[in-house]
Write a protein that binds this ligand. Structure first.
Ligand code: PLP
Length: 448
């Protein structure tokens, strides 16, 4: 179809996720046609180096033939199998087995869904089943972080604490609460790791006391907060929060939708601090974006409590037509082969190089903070390094940055006018990381 026709139909008919509808109609879409490795090509033939892995999901890069073949084979042989009524597909069973073997601790039970949002929503429902099963149904309140992102379903968007997801949406719900995020660069105390960790633990304890320990079910967090501005907590924070949850008698839920599957180095970010959550959500890198799929990892204890307290013949009422879709599962298996066959190791090496290149940006007068965890990076811009003043929103910096990135053939994310996010595919070569950093450095020099 001709570019002009596509632009017109897009403007007239396609509603884009999390977009300013008026602005989108005015600006029009940037329409992508193909991809290979870390590179995308748009409908005008312009080549773009993808520094954001689509939406931090295409960890394996584009055009992986083994993944395409696995999907094609599954689609030709059995495109769909329900998980209802006791049926299952071979691919879904195999994937669940392989993931359970790789998962932290006793997260041996896996529920597949379609993405990160419904993984979070599923956890919220599983929490209800769990609390009813153990005879504590009043434990219904959940606590998240003030810069957390947990998807866009009705309940998940309330647990998400970003203003854009709350505006005119009547969330958070009455049982959803937030405590301050660990944010080393903007910590109001002395900024020491130990203080930041102690402050988070104290904030959680205080919130639980405020809501009443008998009423709180769970604490949710991302090991690295992604959409809140790529905020990396101090080493030890995750383990301290896990311990605090155990002491407070509440579930610890790790949302690894971004951090899972090598984004921060290991297969799961929880591994870095030997943390075993009670439940864990994943999506994105699970299929590397080749098809929609999310998953909930559930501990044996949670699973068994629900199982053992539900009478035989009574179904646990949660599931979707596309739970454990066999094509997505076949893709998940092929992608897992790639992670195990060198992709994770390549991501670790490329991440080290990314860190060494990006830290030099700290010297720029308008770069306040550079934070990196594996192949996940945030660069926080300020107009004054001493006062750490944020850029004036009227400058429209994120729009300008996105336009310059497109002009220079680099995709990255510009958050809320002051943070640039990078999440390159794990398959990137050192030369591609260099090119990405060269282009980004030029853009930052141009706007500042
Ligand atoms: N949780 C986290 C931490 C995420 O970053 C996201 C999406 O970016 C979600 C949940 C929602 O995932 P999805 O967009 O696949 O619904």
């Amino acid at each position: 179809m001709h570019a002009e026709t596509l632009l017109r139909i897009d403007r007239d008919h396609l509603i884009h996720p999390v977009s300013a509808w008026r602005d989108h109609e005015e600006a029009g879409a940037r329409i992508l046609r193909s991809g290979k490795g870390a590179w995308l090509t748009d409908i005008h033939g312009k080549e773009l180096l993808d520094g954001f892995s689509g939406l931090w999901c295409v960890n394996a890069g584009y055009g992986c033939q083994s993944v395409v073949e696995a999907a094609t084979e599954q689609m030709a042989r059995l495109p769909y199998a329900t998980g209802y009524f006791g049926y299952a597909s071979e691919a879904a069973i195999e994937l669940a087995g392989r993931l359970a073997a790789k998962a932290p601790g006793n997260l041996n039970r896996i529920f597949f869904c379609q993405g990160g949002s419904d993984a979070v929503d599923s956890v919220l429902r599983f929490i209800r089943f769990f609390q009813h099963a153990r005879g504590t149904p009043q434990k219904r309140h959940v606590i998240g972080l003030a810069k957390g992102y947990h998807g866009s379903t009705y309940a998940g968007s309330g647990l998400t604490a970003l203003a854009a997801f709350h505006r005119d949406a009547d969330v958070p719900l009455s049982w959803q609460h937030h405590i301050p995020s660990p944010y080393p660069y903007r910590h109001e105390g002395d900024g020491q790791d130990s203080t930041i960790i102690a402050d988070s633990v104290a904030a959680l304890q205080q919130k639980v006391a405020e809501v009443g320990a008998a009423n709180v079910a769970a604490f949710f967090c991302e090991p690295v907060q992604g959409s809140g501005g790529v905020i990396v907590p101090p080493r030890g924070w995750l383990a301290a929060m896990r311990r605090a949850c155990t002491e407070l008698g509440i579930l610890f839920v790790a949302d690894e939708v971004i951090t899972g599957f090598g984004r921060t180095g290991p297969l799961f970010a929880c591994e870095t601090e030997q943390v075993v959550p009670d439940m864990m959500t994943v999506a994105k890198g699970l299929t590397s974006g080749y098809a929609p799929m999310g998953a909930v990892f559930m501990s044996d204890e949670v699973y068994e409590t629900v199982r053992d307290n539900t009478p035989p013949g009574v179904p646990i009422g949660h599931g979707m037509t596309y739970s454990a879709h066999p094509v997505s599962a076949a893709i998940g298996l092929a992608v897992l082969d790639l992670y195990e066959g060198g992709l994770l190791a390549n991501g670790v090496a490329a991440g080290r190089h990314l860190a060494s290149r990006l830290t030099t940006l700290s010297e720029h007068p308008f770069v306040g903070d550079v934070r990196i965890s594996g192949m996940l990076a945030g660069i926080e811009l300020v107009t004054d390094k001493t006062s750490r003043r944020k850029p004036d929103p009227s400058l429209g910096l994120s729009k300008k940055l996105a336009a310059l990135g497109y002009r220079d053939g680099l995709l990255f994310r510009a958050f809320a006018d002051d943070v640039i996010g990078l999440a390159p595919p794990l398959c990137c070569s050192i030369e591609e990381i260099d090119l990405m950093c060269d282009r980004l450095t030029r853009i930052i020099h141009e706007i500042a």
